[in-house]
Design a protein. Structure first.
Lengths: 113, 115
């Protein structure tokens, strides 16, 4: 069965520091992977997605993620975090024809000045 | 204009009552979804409709009944509300029925509190 694990429930980083949020997936075939961000009281917004091709994908707001098949991972990174990045981040997986996203538990990011 | 809009944004009600949440999207998408986010922020799909046809129904109690009068609207009706129904319900839409070819656009959520 498809599943997504985000090992870190809560991460705190200093503004300007680099960020890496971890995501591990379980899926038998080629996964389709997504990162979404949820600001407080808001819906989810797509940051980036991986379908195929280059394993390093660029997204909005300066985020990038790298797909590593050997590690079943799709970690999200940002070189310099801004206070406005404080939010909940969700990794998700979808299978072709599945028509649905399976979400991880989410990682809450706090940014300290 | 809000792409995916849900009403109401907040809903507080008593156990046993029946309530509805409405969703509308103006993106011209064919597929709409209901997701439930529990108190631990875990998101799980409940239903999906493609052009008014139910295509996903994820072992949700019969008390939950989605209705799609047209492809731009997907409403969620909940009968005999229980304490465990308290959650944030998100409506979403996508252009493609198969997600890998598209992305989900989410509404802002409807926070349901059952007392």
């Amino acid at each position: 069965a498809q599943s997504v694990t985000q090992p870190d429930i809560h991460i705190t980083v200093s503004e300007g520091a680099s960020l890496e949020l971890r995501c591990n997936y379980s899926y038998g075939a080629t996964p389709y992977l997504f990162w979404y961000v949820q600001s407080p009281g808001q819906g989810l917004q797509l940051l980036l997605k991986y379908f195929s091709g280059d394993t390093l994908v660029q997204g909005i707001k300066g985020f990038e993620a790298e797909f590593k098949r050997s590690q079943s991972s799709f970690n999200l990174r940002k070189p310099s975090v801004h206070w406005s990045d404080a939010a909940e981040y969700f990794c998700a997986v979808a299978g072709w024809g599945g028509g649905k996203l399976i979400f991880g538990q989410g990682t809450e990011l706090s940014v300290k000045p | 204009d809000t792409a995916v809009s849900q009403t109401p944004k907040y809903l507080v009600t008593q156990m046993g009552n029946d309530k509805s949440i409405k969703c509308e999207q103006n993106l011209g998408h064919d597929t709409m979804y209901w997701y439930k986010q529990d108190s631990k922020k875990f998101l799980k799909i409940m239903f999906s409709y493609n052009n008014k046809e139910l295509i996903i129904n994820e072992t949700v109690p019969n008390r939950f009944s989605p209705k799609s009068p047209d492809k731009a609207h997907l409403n969620l009706h909940i009968n005999s509300l229980e304490l465990g129904d308290s959650a944030v319900y998100f409506c979403a839409s996508s252009q493609a029925r198969d997600l890998p070819t598209g992305e989900l656009f989410f509404g802002e959520g409807s926070r349901l509190t059952v007392l």
